[in-house]
Design a protein around this ligand. Structure first.
Ligand code: ADP
Length: 606
């Protein structure tokens, strides 16, 4: 039946071709040939095209042949057919099921990141055992297909994504959804609209030419939202293994099986990712690098690639360890290495200019063979004077000032919490807060004020500082918005330091959420905060007890030399922060002594 329809169609086509041939309507002939082109294009892949798609192609082809050349539909029908037939139906990259080669590729491309590499190797191992290219959809849910690499900028999220594709033998495609607020961008625009086009995913498949590429969706935490559109739900259709086997692009209006696409997303922070999306992802954290890591990355990767890209022979430049360390510690303290890469490029560009000025060219770089030595003494000639970092603004924090730890989308950082008394007088007690704090942090400050007042009342009942002092709490830098509950314990300490007129221990930093009763709750970003503390030469850190495991899992070189304490009650922080060289017994002892005396005295008066 279908065959008869096709033969009729073909004879109609030849009849019309003869008719067109006898006219001078060149446009008609072009469209007619275009239809024929499409027939020729699909002939060898007919078997691979899913039946429901083939049916639509045949119908549209029949329509194209029948249409008048002047009809406005001709062009759009042709475009539609072009998109539909240019998709790589049945084309798959041969996957790498071997373990050694991918391991080598991943190790060659990136220093460290062992947890990311391990996860990819596990993924390959499972696929190898299953011996299927169907993906892990049918495996238990713990083998989520969507990987989300989260971490500050420049830690290698995008570049490891590219490496993973290379290691697995898959094509790579990247698109960013940062600021994207139109569903059309992802799902395409219906054909009935002017200028309709398919969405990003269809464009991706057409450009890579396979149905199983690795698609890196960048900046998923910066997804926009408009009043009428929710691109998050469109992304969910794309990423959810339950739904994406039948993904329907609005322009193509046929379902496409995306279940064999390996999706990798990147984000700076997780709390901005829509929850339904986050639920479907397996998050792998890349927190940032400390100086030693950066030294390795620079030596093994950045210096070599930059040297090559600038057309300079490796033996022509020697960068001394001291120079590299100074570059990292004085110029590029960010958790990532992008800024470090820019500085290294700056050095090599300057060397290239010197070489060219002396007559060197790509063919004869040796004309002015000279070894350039970059050490601490001449580093500034290449990259300018170091930027002054204000991570640590006090050598010894004054009364009322305590160092806290925070995490932002750019990584961890230290911040000072400062409190001062503005006005004193009976019944004047109160609190004023500045520093662009969000609602959560403002509440945190109020809780801290109450807890500090209670502690003071317990410890020194005669001290009416909180009842009679109007306090001002500020967190620099004032231009940066801040939020989150993890500064609770730092705020209490700052209040108490002011009330007792006693500065906290030197080189101390702390983080932890506090309840009204003084219990310390766990926080996030332990690794980022530890990196930031090291950067600010912190010697003693206080973490909530609930974060002990997170800290224990950190690399040894990150933990080395830090005196870390885990607490679950504010009382313990009090001891650590103020219990130094007091010249009197520790507070707990003093308290038990007081109660002992009280018992004694009350015994006397009985
Ligand atoms: P992100 O996507 O996290 O912002 P990129 O992937 O763009 O960062 O990385 C920035 C640069 O740093 C790239 O040139 C990348 O190769 C390099 N890089 C980052 N981490 C590493 C690493 N561990 N080893 C080698 N190079 C790295």
């Amino acid at each position: 039946m279908q065959e008869t329809a096709q033969t009729a169609d073909e004879s109609l086509f030849s009849a019309r071709f003869k008719l067109y041939n006898s006219t001078t309507d060149s446009l008609s002939i072009i469209f007619l040939f275009s239809a024929e082109n499409i027939r020729v294009r699909i002939e060898p892949i007919k078997e691979k095209i899913p039946k429901h798609v083939l049916k639509v192609i045949e119908e549209e082809l029949a329509k194209l042949v029948m249409l008048e050349s002047s009809s406005s539909c001709v062009e759009s029908t042709y475009d539609y057919l072009d998109w539909l037939t240019m998709l790589p139906w049945g084309n798959f990259s041969d996957e790498n099921f071997d373990i050694q080669k991918p391991e080598k590729i991943l190790d060659n491309d990136h220093y460290g990141l062992s947890h990311v590499k391990e996860r990819i190797l596990e993924f390959i191992a499972v696929r190898r055992l299953k011996g299927t290219s169907k993906g892990l959809v049918s495996l238990p849910f713990c083998f989520t297909l969507v990987i989300c690499l989260s971490g500050p900028p420049g830690v290698g999220k995008t570049s490891i994504g590219r490496s993973i594709a290379r290691a697995l033998g898959l094509k790579f495609f990247r698109f960013s959804v940062g600021g994207l607020s139109d569903v059309d961008e992802i799902k395409g625009l219906r054909r009935s609209y002017d200028g309709a086009l398919p969405g990003k995913m269809v464009k991706c498949l057409r450009s890579v030419g396979t149905l199983n590429p690795l698609v890196l969706i960048d900046e998923i935490d910066k997804l926009g939202k408009s009043s009428s559109d929710d691109p998050g739900s469109a992304l969910l259709e794309l990423l959810d293994p339950e739904q994406n086997a039948d993904f329907r692009d609005l322009y193509l209006d046929v379902t496409i099986d995306l279940s064999k696409v390996l999706f990798v997303c990147t984000a700076n922070v997780l709390d901005k990712i829509p929850t339904p999306l986050l639920d479907r992802m397996e998050v792998i954290n890349i927190s940032g690098y400390i100086t030693d890591d950066k030294m390795h990355i620079a030596r093994d990767h950045l210096l070599k690639t930059t040297c090559m890209e600038c057309g300079i022979k490796p033996e022509q430049v020697v960068v001394r360890d001291a120079a590299l360390r100074s570059l990292i510690e004085n110029y590029c303290r960010e958790p990532g290495v992008r800024n470090l890469q820019k500085h290294i490029e700056k050095i090599y560009r300057k060397i290239a200019l010197k070489l060219v000025r002396e007559g060197a060219s790509a063919e004869t770089p040796e004309v002015s063979v000279k070894n350039f030595m970059i050490d601490e003494s001449n580093l500034a000639d290449y990259v300018g004077k170091p930027v002054l970092y204000a991570d640590k603004i006090y050598e010894q924090t004054p009364v009322g000032v305590v160092m806290g730890l925070s995490t932002k989308s750019t990584g961890g950082s230290t911040l000072y919490i400062e409190t001062t008394s503005v006005e004193e007088g009976e019944g004047k007690g109160g609190l004023h807060i500045t520093g662009q704090l969000g609602d959560v942090m403002k509440e945190s400050a109020e809780i801290a004020h109450t807890v500090a007042r209670r502690i003071m009342l317990e410890k020194e009942p005669k001290n009416l500082f909180f009842a009679n002092s109007k306090l001002h709490l500020h967190i620099p830098e004032g231009a940066t918005p801040k939020d989150g509950p993890s500064a609770g314990c730092t705020m209490i300490t700052s209040f108490l330091s002011l009330a007792m007129k006693k500065p906290v221990r030197k080189d101390l930093a702390m983080t932890g959420e506090v309840t009204l009763t003084g219990r310390i709750l766990p926080i996030g970003g332990v690794k980022e905060k530890t990196i930031a503390a090291r950067r600010s030469q912190v010697k003693m850190m206080i973490f909530p007890e609930g974060n002990r495991r997170d800290f224990d899992e950190l690399a040894c070189n990150l933990k080395e030399g830090l005196d870390v304490h885990f607490v679950d009650e504010y009382e313990q922080i009090f001891e650590l922060a103020f219990g130094y060289n007091m010249g009197s017994p520790p507070l707990n002892f003093r308290r038990s002594l007081t109660s002992f005396m009280w018992d004694l005295l009350s015994g006397c008066f009985q």
